[in-house]
Structures are given as structure tokens and as C-alpha cells.
Design a binder for this molecule. Structure first.
Ligand code: FPP
Length: 245
């Protein structure tokens, strides 16, 4: 049996993950969907530790989409509770690991205590220089792009911006992710082949990796495999091979 790779030769600068399959993981065990999300938090913990151990610079996890509010109230409540519990239980460890925590998304519908908890975590870890860990929470890519367009349109209308100067670089400065490099690798678990409104602008040139593993079963080994696979791909950014350094 082949051993799991330990130190990949090429590390992507930014890995983003659509964590999918918690519900199916639970159903296979005749458990309620919430139990799948509980197990999903375990996978979050494993993957964050692995990314931090590997020296990965940026990891972004899709924790709650702007569409997830449409789920049954009990499930939404369970997800909010898990997010709260994770921040409470893991923040000390994240801080010790020199992880900088960010949360991107709309804060409009999030409860006040979660908003405060997010602000505290971001403030506490702001000087940390290790892994940049970003949770996309109440996040939707189209909404993010529309917000950026609205901001630029307002600036133009008020005479603070010449519309002719708008280009992709300027546009990107108005996105939640302005402080992060674009993801080089986007992983989606559970065999679904969709982006589901995740980092739409930012993933323009990302390598996409769709893996069959359900999120609660995804861990250090699976992360390493995805990174190894990424290292073997040829990235051309629209050019021909020789033109890319
Ligand atoms: C998709 O599984 C996953 C989610 C909706 C959210 C991911 C949430 C977690 C991993 C737990 C909480 C997160 C943190 C950061 C503490 P699904 O329910 O859509 O699965 P299914 O497609 O099999 O139904």
C-alpha cells in the first residue's frame, strides 16, 4: 500500500474548500443531519491543524452560504451553535498556532453574539503571521460581486472615481478577500461538481478538485492527496506552457 504523502513538493498559496456531504454522512448512519455537521466540525479541526502543520499560507472554508438560511430552522440553529462552539473551544489553540482568523460574508442576518465573537477572534489574531484561516459565513459570491459593483458605481456617481479606471485589479480591492491571494486550488467534497456561489470572482484560474469523500471523512490525508494532485497539474493562466514562469 502506498504511504500517504507527507510533505508535498509544491504548496498552493491558497486552498479553498467547499465542505459538502455532512447530511449524506449522517443519513448513511441513520443519524439526524445535525450529527453530520457535528462530525464536520471534527474534519474542520483536522484540516486546519494539517494546514497549519504544513505551513500553508491561506485556507478558506465555506462554512455557511447565504442560501443556507433556507434550511429548516432547527438545522440553521444547529449550524450556528456549532460555529459558536468551535470558536469558543478552538480559538486558544488557533492563537497558539499563530493562525490569523478572518470571517467573510454578510453580517446582516447573523446574531449579535456571533458577530461579536467573530470580531473578537479577528481582533485577537490580527498580528498572527502563520496560516490565514478564513471562514466564509453567510457568504454568497454573486452578492459579493454586486456589492463591489455598487460601491464602485456610488464612487463614480459622487465623482470620486473615473469609471475608465475600473479594471479587475481595482474591482478585486472591493471584495471581502482583498487581503488574500486568489485560491490556486478549490476542493469540493462529496462528489458534487458545482461551485455553489463560492469565491466566483476569485476562482477564475483556480484548479478545481472534486473528491468523492464526504466532508466528515476528509482529513489530513485527503488534504495532502489533493495538494499532491495539484502539484502535478500544469497551470497556464490562459497562456501556453512556455510562457508561464
Ligand atoms: C454541507 O453539508 C455543509 C454545510 C452546509 C456547512 C458546513 C458546516 C460544517 C462543516 C460544520 C460547522 C462549521 C464550522 C466552521 C464550525 P450538507 O448538509 O449540504 O450535506 P448533504 O449535501 O450531504 O446534505
Amino acid at each position: 500500500m502506498a504511504l500517504a504523502p507527507q510533505t508535498p513538493a509544491v504548496l498552493p498559496r491558497h486552498v479553498a474548500i467547499i465542505m459538502d456531504g455532512n447530511g449524506r454522512w449522517a443519513r448513511k448512519r441513520y443519524l439526524p443531519r445535525e450529527a453530520g455537521h457535528v462530525a464536520g466540525v471534527g474534519a474542520v479541526r483536522d484540516v486546519v491543524r494539517a494546514a497549519s502543520d504544513l505551513g500553508l499560507a491561506n485556507l478558506t472554508l465555506f462554512a455557511f452560504s447565504s442560501e443556507n438560511w433556507k434550511r429548516p430552522k432547527t438545522e440553521v440553529g444547529a449550524l450556528m451553535g456549532l460555529f459558536r462552539a468551535y470558536f469558543r473551544s478552538d480559538m486558544d489553540e488557533l492563537y497558539q498556532r499563530n493562525v490569523r482568523v478572518r470571517v467573510i460574508g454578510s453580517r446582516a442576518r447573523v446574531s449579535n453574539d456571533i458577530e461579536r465573537m467573530i470580531e473578537d477572534a479577528e481582533r485577537r489574531t490580527v498580528e498572527n503571521k502563520g496560516l490565514n484561516l478564513t471562514f466564509a459565513f453567510d457568504y454568497g459570491g454573486q452578492e459579493e460581486i454586486a456589492n463591489a459593483a455598487r460601491e464602485l458605481a456610488r464612487a463614480a456617481k459622487e465623482g470620486r472615481l473615473d469609471p475608465e479606471t475600473i479594471n479587475p485589479e481595482l474591482f478585486a480591492t472591493r471584495l471581502f478577500t482583498s487581503a488574500l491571494p486568489e485560491p490556486d486550488l478549490v476542493i469540493r467534497t462529496s462528489g458534487e461538481h458545482r461551485l455553489s456561489n463560492f469565491l466566483l470572482w476569485q476562482s477564475a484560474y483556480a484548479e478545481l478538485s472534486f473528491v468523492e469523500t464526504l466532508w466528515p471523512d476528509f482529513g489530513r490525508k485527503e488534504l495532502l492527496e489533493a495538494i499532491e494532485n495539484f502539484a502535478q497539474r500544469e497551470r497556464r493562466f490562459g497562456a501556453v506552457s512556455d510562457a508561464v514562469a
